[in-house]
Design a protein around this ligand. Structure first.
Ligand code: PBG
Length: 327
């Protein structure tokens, strides 16, 4: 035998030399839930994650930053009283998100602060867009009026100091509209990370529990993508890139590695992947039962996402993994 692939695996030193993929804290975006209260709250549907108070947020983001996680994305839990059919709270300059953005940028100026642009936390129907009830009782998610609302929301986040706005709503044409709105207002330097290929996924369940943002009726299948489709993801990515997105995203990540790989080949701009709440919880719950080694599986799941082609990864493990990598 002349060829023995095992020679390249014979020691840790050689394995490290020939490793094709590596994980680093700098690859991660840390999703953080926030709420109005002054106490940090445990989240029943997402053990190990918290709904942070403003003080808790600054501390958590600061610790993550010190470990090398340079970016966070904020998800607000909005009180029921502030939820309206028009979702107007989404662009209240004194609202939870703009207040948190200002506080983060003041406390940690070099932290990259990303905001989520979508109406579901604010809209009394729990949909990412504005809802119109049809005569047969069904709900229609209105595209063009929603895009106008998203522009207001993105502008409000930019004014507060967000480095990147991240539309997760899947309305058509929103990237171009947001880009135009930001440019007209002088925010040419605010970036857009677009959720381009966001699937209508059951893996989002625990997240909706964290924000109490599940749709009151209907599902999200008329705007989020059908899990059956791959070519359509390439179409969505191409549109968003053409509309001015600086980075695109595939979501969820683990069950969609083929999409990540195909998207990576179809574009030259950075590709993000979101390891969503259900993916996180499947690992956490199996580990809590003692069925798997949670740390090893978490690292392997993230390595798989990176190897598939993701340049950056949104993951609830961001801070923990950064700590493990530093060990
Ligand atoms: C909503 C939004 C969702 C997630 C991020 N932004 C849920 C949804 O689309 O219903 C899910 C994230 C996760 O599950 O971790 N705009």
């Amino acid at each position: 035998m002349h060829i023995r692939p095992r020679r390249n695996r014979k020691s840790a030193a050689i394995r490290a030399l020939v490793a094709e993929t590596s994980l680093s804290a700098a690859d991660f975006i840390y999703p953080l839930f926030i709420h109005e209260g002054s106490e940090d709250q445990d989240i029943d549907s997402m053990p190990g994650c918290k709904r942070w108070s403003l003080d808790g947020l600054l501390k958590e983001a600061g610790e993550a930053f010190a470990l090398g996680v340079k970016a966070v994305v904020l998800f607000p839990a909005i009180g029921d009283k502030l939820k309206t059919p028009g979702a107007e709270e989404a662009w209240n300059p004194e609202g939870l998100v703009p207040t948190a953005v200002r506080a983060l940028k003041e406390a940690i100026p070099d932290l990259c602060v990303i905001t989520d642009v979508a109406l579901d936390p604010y809209n009394s129907e729990g949909h990412d867009g504005l809802v119109e009830k049809q005569s047969d009782g069904s709900l229609k998610i209105l595209n063009d009026p929603t895009v106008l609302a998203l522009c207001e929301q993105a502008l409000c986040h930019a004014e507060a100091g967000a480095d990147i706005v991240s539309p997760s709503d899947m309305m058509d044409g929103r990237v171009a509209a947001i880009r135009g709105e930001l440019d007209d207002a002088g925010y040419q330097d605010v970036s857009i990370l677009s959720y381009s290929a966001k699937y209508a996924s059951a893996y989002y369940g625990p997240f909706r529990g964290a924000l109490d943002s599940a749709p009151k009726a209907g599902d999200k299948k008329t705007y989020q993508m059908d899990p059956a489709n791959a070519r359509e993801a390439i179409r969505e990515v191409g549109l968003d890139e053409g509309e001015g997105a600086d980075m695109v995203m595939v979501k969820p990540a683990g069950p969609y590695l083929d999409i990540i790989a195909r998207v990576r080949e179809s574009t030259t701009i950075p590709v993000a992947a979101y390891q969503v709440s259900g993916e996180y919880l499947m690992i956490e719950s199996a580990a809590a039962s003692g069925w798997i080694d949670g740390k090893a599986v978490a690292l392997e799941s993230l390595m798989g996402i990176k190897r598939a082609g993701a340049d950056l990864i949104l993951t609830y493990y961001a801070k923990r993994v950064a700590g493990w990598l530093a060990e």
